[in-house]
Design a protein around this ligand. Structure first.
Ligand code: NG1
Length: 450
């Protein structure tokens, strides 16, 4: 019904276009493993039963016309060229442009393909549920089909996920590859343990008698807007962190050692144990904060070189970068992902919930990506009966994910309505319906074209 309506709306929006096809891409919720993917460390998300759908039809002449059924997103038209100029940061069409440019480059397409697109969706935006990557993936599927290419035939899901992770950097965020991978490779009723370099996915069952409930903090965390700078602090400071750890590892194990991604400590030439990584972090970051002078001394390069090679114009916080705590989060969160995968397989929700609680503490105190509202929502959710609650996604607002006995979900939601939602309200521009504030999410099939 929803798809039929979308097709009808497409024909009204583009009366000069042909009969549309449709593709869909689900959102995702990250269960464990926050801010690890851009360091190549494994993560544990699942798809959700909220999605972006696009009705589309190819057109000749390399013009791409983009509309959303929600008129808050303005109609846009752009030319398909080898270097598509990005619109100002925060513009929604940049996600579509990112997909088209990424595929043009990867598949060596000649840019003559155009398309008409009408987008609709059920993923609350700026919530940490990856509406942005779902739009990138759905745009990519539409463009592949418009160019006469098939998923599975011309390009594999794994290959597309890896290329779109890079392609999405076009919008200005330096994210890792978690979202695109789970959106393309997720399965119904399964969580995904994702490893990187090379990208691989293991699907694992979710709990039999417990459900994941996603709750919105009602704080708007727009990662292409104000939250972008704060998000990018993670990947940028981790570049410096990696370089310093590499230098320390060279001192300890020999100059030939290369640590291209932080994950190489475990999976690269050294194959270190967690206790050895911990010791290396202790040697590299003996104090809570690291100034640029400290970093320059260890690395044997100038501050200008540090900026040029790793951190760009990332401002130095007074007292230095909190690299010791950032490193601690990487190590502890990595261990939680590994254990969490086992606990899913063993159907141990209480053990998994304890990991979720520990993950939130680490995100809040070591990685500093929480906010007072998220902390309050997490605390209230535990009082309301969840066995595990944590922020999900980039943080700074957006949603929490909570593990709740399925029979207790209605009581849990009522409790939060009384104890959280009665007090907080969404900004009016946000247009978040009460039904979007608390979602019992069920993993759905990965993205498809039908
Ligand atoms: P959100 O903000 O939930 O879409 C972002 C990044 C992920 C990952 C998480 C933090 C993008 C597209 N997504 O997710 O890669 O780094 O933050 O774990 O940048």
């Amino acid at each position: 019904m929803y798809i039929d309506q979308l097709k009808k709306a497409f024909s009204q929006a583009y009366p000069d276009s042909g009969t549309p096809s449709v593709c869909r891409a689900p959102g995702r919720v990250n269960l464990l493993g926050e801010h690890l993917d851009y360091n190549g460390l494994p993560v544990l998300p699942s798809t959700i039963d909220r999605e972006i759908v696009i009705a589309f039809c190819p057109r000749k002449g390399g013009i791409i016309r983009l509309r959303d059924v929600d008129t808050r997103y303005p109609d846009v038209e752009f030319a398909n060229t080898p270097d598509i100029p990005p619109s100002p940061a925060g513009s929604w069409e940049n996600y579509c442009k990112a997909a088209v440019q990424g595929l043009n480059r990867h598949c060596e397409l000649d840019c003559s393909v155009g398309m008409d697109l009408l987008v609709a969706g059920t993923i609350p935006p700026a919530a940490g549920l990856s509406s942005s990557s779902a739009l990138v993936v759905a745009s990519a599927l539409a463009y592949l089909a418009s160019a006469g290419l098939t998923l599975g035939g011309n390009i594999s899901r794994i290959e597309l996920a890896a290329l779109l992770a890079e392609a999405e950097h076009y919008v200005g965020t330096q994210g890792g590859g978690m979202d695109q991978a789970v959106i393309l490779l997720g399965e119904a009723n399964k969580a995904c343990k994702i490893d990187f370099n090379p990208l691989r996915i293991e699907t694992v069952p979710i709990f039999r008698d417990y459900s994941f409930v996603v709750c919105h903090s009602l704080v708007f965390a727009d990662k292409t807007g104000s939250a972008r700078v704060r998000y990018n602090e993670g990947p940028l400071s981790c570049r410096l962190l990696r370089a310093m750890v590499e230098r320390q590892a060279q001192r300890t194990f020999g100059d030939e050692i290369q640590i291209t991604r932080l994950a190489d400590l475990w999976f690269g030439p050294l194959c270190l144990l967690n206790s050895e990584v911990e010791a290396l972090f202790r040697e590299t970051f003996p104090r809570p904060t690291t100034t640029l002078d400290d970093a320059a001394r260890l690395l044997g390069v100038s501050i200008d070189t540090i900026r040029e090679r790793w951190i760009g114009d990332l401002p130095e916080p007074s007292g230095g970068f909190p690299l010791q705590a950032r490193a601690r989060h990487q190590l502890s969160e990595f261990q939680r992902v590994e254990s969490g995968r086992d606990l899913l397989i063993e159907d141990d929700p209480v053990g998994f919930g304890a990991l979720m609680n520990a993950s939130h503490t680490s995100c809040a105190t070591d990685y500093r990506v929480s906010c007072p509202e998220l902390d309050r929502l997490v605390k209230t959710s535990r009082e309301a009966g969840s066995v595990g609650s944590r922020l999900t996604g980039a943080g700074f607002g957006g949603c929490t994910v909570n593990l709740v006995a399925t029979t207790q979900v209605p009581d849990f939601c009522d409790w939060l309505k009384r104890e959280y939602y009665a007090e907080f309200s969404a900004p009016p521009t946000f247009a978040l319906t009460p039904a979007d504030q608390q979602l019992l999410v069920v993993p759905s099939e990965g993205a498809s074209h039908f």
